[in-house]
Design a binder for this molecule. Structure first.
Ligand code: NAD
Length: 290
């Protein structure tokens, strides 16, 4: 397939490289010259503007920081795309922006999908991302072969915006699980219970979660977790805070009550304000156990 890719950063760069590896012709664009250089070395043919990446493509991907960037880039590239082509945004953005760019695409006769990911930079490099997709069946079918070249789990969650809705709900759960797991290790320590003993019990009991068994915030029990490498990300606390702010915005738009999600946002807000933004999100155990 002929594919356009706009936003060749930490995630988009390796994702575009995996599309090249799968045999697709990829035209890529980013505003940062260094990102273009890395992409070029991976076999992406780089172009000077977003519309040029999109022109004549069957599929166009965007992987950008936030909703405002996606709205601006989609407005620039939609007119350059041929009718019937598919526009896929993989960025993590607010549901309202996701729905707005779906409407823009529909108005231009384009198919569109919101397809945010989980799996981080390691998942982007190893082509093991999970894609959460929102959009019509035909758009999902058109994008699926390319998504399979970049990920291992591709879920069609529903109509426009459903992928972003799944992402925001999942990450709000993750934040709350992580914080309470940190609190449990801090309490165990004060009670004279070792981290390993709590892990051995709870990893096979009703307190079990991914935050505990795959990403344990206390050093020791899970050798691969960031706790054993000085809380180097992984998934930085600043990115978790971004996702929690999206959850707060979605809750306020819909009237959903999320007191625990709001408390998690407040705790990550303080952690980031105190300089923890670049630390893995499990590093919040340092603030919790203070
Ligand atoms: P990044 O900042 O490394 O990459 C974004 C890229 O977009 C940058 O290279 C930037 O130069 C480019 N860009 C910005 N505006 C542009 C424009 N107008 N035209 C062309 N390029 C433009 O960010 P990232 O870590 O790759 O994350 C991208 C998205 O994926 C974000 O929404 C993020 O929340 C989400 N995400 C990131 C991770 C992660 O672990 N990094 C995990 C899951 C989801």
């Amino acid at each position: 397939m002929k594919i356009g890719f706009v936003g060749l950063g930490n995630m988009g760069g390796p994702m575009a490289a995996n599309l090249v590896k799968a045999g697709h012709a990829v035209a890529g664009h980013d505003v940062v010259p260094a990102a273009l250089e890395v992409a070029r070395a991976a076999g992406v043919s780089t172009v000077t503007d977003a519309a040029a990446a999109a022109a004549g493509a069957d599929l166009v991907f965007t992987m950008l920081p936030a909703g405002e960037h996606v709205r601006a880039v989609h407005a620039a590239i939609a007119p350059a795309m041929r009718a019937g082509a598919t526009l896929v945004d993989c960025s993590t953005i607010d549901v309202a922006s996701a729905r707005a760019v779906h409407a823009l695409a529909a108005g231009r006769g384009l198919a569109s999908l919101d397809a945010p990911v989980s799996g981080g930079v390691a998942g982007a490099s190893g082509a093991t991302l999970t894609f959460m997709c929102g959009g019509a069946d035909a758009a999902f079918a058109a994008a699926r072969p390319a998504l399979e070249a970049m990920g291992k789990r591709i879920v069609h969650c529903g109509g426009p915006g459903a992928g972003q809705a799944a992402k925001v709900c999942n990450n709000m759960m993750l934040a709350a699980h992580m914080i309470v797991t940190c609190e449990a290790f801090a309490l165990a320590d004060k009670l004279g219970l070792s981290a390993q003993s709590l892990f051995d019990v709870s990893s096979a009991a009703s307190g079990q979660s991914w935050s505990l068994t795959s990403y344990c915030p206390a050093p020791g029990p899970v050798p691969a977790s960031p706790a054993n490498r000085g809380y180097k990300p992984g998934f930085a606390a600043a990115l978790m805070l971004k996702d929690l702010r999206l959850a707060l915005a979605a809750a306020s738009e819909t009237g959903a009550k999320i007191p625990i999600g709001a408390k998690a946002a407040e705790l990550y807000e303080s952690f980031v304000a105190e300089g923890g933004g670049g630390i893995d999100f499990s590093g919040i155990i340092k603030a919790v156990s203070r």
